[in-house]
Design a protein around this ligand. Structure first.
Ligand code: BG6
Length: 478
């Protein structure tokens, strides 16, 4: 790859690493009332913060007080960019204030200045599962149209304040997670929504989706007015869905299932609802609040690039449910079955580097927009030896295979890729399980699932490995 400006980086999200959950005037977010779970054990959403419960995101890895030390390590690693998010509740602690919280704004000024002074470009997600708790409780989250204005105000505040420090933005992280309406966590973290008894989750989903797509489009329009050089993208979780076989029914099952992946980017990129969605609304009799004015805004506020996460692929088979197959895989659809050709991580996430080349081609063919791989990584248990050394060969192997697949997509297939940011570049609290032991970092943090540990940082073997990948622009991957 000859692109000298390729954005090699690391990815993080405020709630998973900052800590300082109630410092500097920060208000609680939807994640601040989530307890820890484990593989196969769901995190609980509590009504308030209960004193006898452990909330792993409250302290996380305490970047809030370690940011200078951590950024020094990121610079030593050679990162060209750091993708992180701005915690909405640092800027608007409740979400519906008219004036922002200056201490919160100043915190990100300090962090961005430190990054830039170290040659690292901040790449920013506006909403990464951090909706103010107050907005979820008082307004029902994105079930409510008022959220569009609250988000737009937050976005404009950030755009104005950081317009000379940040060029690449994303509106909503993994906005499409919530298509899996069977998992209440995704509705809560994406949108601050809890589905009430008697509500049809699918209808709620499409209304919520519309308000978020509208909020995203309004942010794009406002951002471009503030700085026309901004690059504002969407962010989707892209888990390709393969057909189980070449049986035409399996092919069609996969085609239809993939609409769950494409629905959000179809609107973000094209600026209008795809026919398969309009047909579904009509078929199901969904009465959605979508105005003509909204549709004009969607058309105007299309994104500049597609940011996406890639961790795994999945498989569907026609006419089965995964329950009767006994093969439930993560990111599952009702008719998901295991892929017999690939292995999975300890958390059951299928490992499929070829799938990354496949999705890069698929997304580029469909949208013809630059792509940014803003998350990819391997969650695993790391065991330090007595010298605090961690030989994380499985992680090196995972990252290496995926980066090679990306380079093939760039060099052989001609896909336009802006950058690659490895997820959880420093160990963070896992999103789905709330655990510390599901580690992704090339930097180890001494902290365990119960919140014990010295918080000291140690370089893993993957640190030097990733350093060389960046230095050689991906040429010497072993
Ligand atoms: C993505 C999220 O879903 O995957 C991150 O954007 C998350 O926030 C990452 O941490 C990995 O998931 P997990 O559950 O292993 O932390």
């Amino acid at each position: 790859m000859n692109n000298k400006n390729f954005l090699w980086g690391g990815a993080l999200a405020a709630h998973q690493f900052e800590g300082g959950w109630n410092e500097g005037g920060k208000g609680p977010s939807v994640v601040d009332v989530m307890t820890a779970g484990a593989h196969g054990v769901a995190r609980q959403i509590t009504d308030t913060i209960e004193s006898d419960k452990f909330y792993p995101n409250h302290t996380a890895i305490d970047f809030y007080h370690h940011y200078k030390e951590d950024i020094k390590l990121f610079a030593e690693l050679g990162l060209k960019c750091l993708r992180t998010s701005i915690a909405w509740t640092r800027i608007y602690p409740n979400g519906d204030e008219l004036e922002p919280n200056e201490a919160g704004l100043q915190f990100y000024d300090d962090v961005f200045d430190e990054l830039i002074a170290n040659g690292i470009e901040p790449v920013i997600t506006l909403s990464h599962f951090e909706i103010p708790l107050h907005l979820a409780k008082k307004y029902g989250g994105f079930k409510n149209r008022k959220m569009v204005d609250f988000f737009e105000r937050f976005a404009i505040t950030c755009f104005k304040r950081y317009q000379h420090k940040v060029k690449y933005w994303m509106t909503f992280n993994e906005i499409n997670n919530q298509m899996d309406t069977s998992n209440p966590i995704f509705f809560w973290t994406n949108s601050g929504v809890q589905v009430a008894a008697g509500e049809d989750p699918k209808q709620v989903l499409y209304q919520v989706a519309h308000y978020e797509l509208l909020a995203s489009a309004k942010a794009v329009i406002a951002g471009k007015k503030i700085n026309p050089d901004f690059q504002i993208g969407c962010m989707i979780s892209h888990v390709p869905i393969y057909p189980y076989s070449c049986h035409p029914d399996d092919i069609m099952a996969a085609e239809i299932a993939m609409r769950q992946r494409f629905f959000f980017p179809d609107v973000h990129v094209r600026g209008y609802y795809p026919n398969y969605a309009l047909k579904e609304f009509e078929r199901e009799g969904y009465q959605l609040d979508i105005t003509e004015e909204d549709l004009a805004i969607l058309k105007q506020g299309t994104v500049d690039y597609i940011g996406f996460s890639y961790y795994m692929s999945t498989v569907v088979k026609a006419n089965v449910t995964n329950d009767n197959q006994g093969n439930i895989v993560n990111g599952a659809l009702p008719n998901s079955v295991a892929n017999i050709y690939i292995k999975s991580s300890d958390w059951g996430w299928p490992i499929d580097p070829v799938g990354l080349r496949y999705v890069l081609n698929e997304l580029y063919d469909r949208y013809q927009l630059p792509l940014f791989i803003v998350e990819n990584g391997f969650g695993a248990i790391d065991e330090p030896d007595q010298h605090h050394h961690i030989e994380d060969t499985a992680r090196i192997d995972y990252l290496g295979q995926h980066i090679k697949a990306m380079l093939t997509a760039i060099d052989y297939d001609g896909v336009d890729v802006i950058g690659y940011t490895a997820w959880g570049i420093i160990d963070v609290v896992s999103f789905t399980t709330g655990e510390m032991k599901k580690r992704y970092g090339v930097i180890y943090v001494d902290r365990d699932n119960q919140g014990n540990g010295s918080m000291k940082r140690y370089k893993k073997a993957s640190f030097n490995w990733y350093h060389d990948v960046i230095k050689t622009n991906g040429k010497n991957i072993k």
